[in-house]
Design a protein around this ligand. Structure first.
Ligand code: RP5
Length: 168
């Protein structure tokens, strides 16, 4: 089995957040790899990874980083693959630092940026990209989305049982 998605994080301190992406791919049975690389601490390794990812069969890259989060943008600079950035909340700036660093890319080098700590949404977005060329994955996404709707239907059933004097 070869990975089609690569999950990269700037440090293993990002793992508690980035694990949400791993768990989603596991649930959806999508082969993935997960590694730590740092734009600041291991710049050469980041470059090697980004340049070689497409040739290894990777289709989408998810990169999570905190603080001065250069990782997703630096990867995007050296690959034609789509890169999804996950800003990690880790410093005294509460993740805004990473959000701006990841989101404010110059024209020509986009990084699709999800919410602070939004690793699960990054995985879903990656699956949506993969599903464009894979009917079976698209069907799994349809089922997944239907499951989300059921959750809210159930929530409303529970809310309807709440009793208050002035609840109409
Ligand atoms: C970033 O610096 C990493 O992505 C991490 O969010 C943050 C802190 O890294 P550690 O000092 O915990 O390794 O590059």
């Amino acid at each position: 089995m070869s990975p089609i998605v690569s999950i990269i994080m700037g440090s293993t301190s990002d793992l508690p957040v980035m694990e949400k992406a791993c768990q989603f791919f596991e649930e959806m049975e999508i082969p993935f790899e997960v590694n730590a690389l740092s734009a600041h601490r291991t710049p050469d390794a980041v470059s090697d990874f980004a340049r070689g990812a497409a040739a290894r069969g990777i289709k989408v890259i998810i990169a999570g980083a905190g603080m001065a989060a250069a990782l997703p943008g630096v990867i995007a600079a050296e690959t034609p693959l789509p890169v999804i950035g996950v800003p990690i909340k880790g410093s005294c700036l509460e993740g805004l630092d990473a959000t701006f660093a990841i989101m404010q890319m110059p024209p020509g080098i986009p990084v699709a940026t999800v919410a602070i700590n939004g690793a699960q949404n990054a995985a879903i977005l990656a699956m949506q990209m993969l599903a464009l060329g894979d009917d079976a994955l698209m069907q799994k996404l349809v089922t997944y989305k239907a499951g989300l709707k059921k959750k809210i239907v159930k929530a409303n059933e529970e809310l309807s049982k709440l009793e208050y004097k002035f609840k109409c």
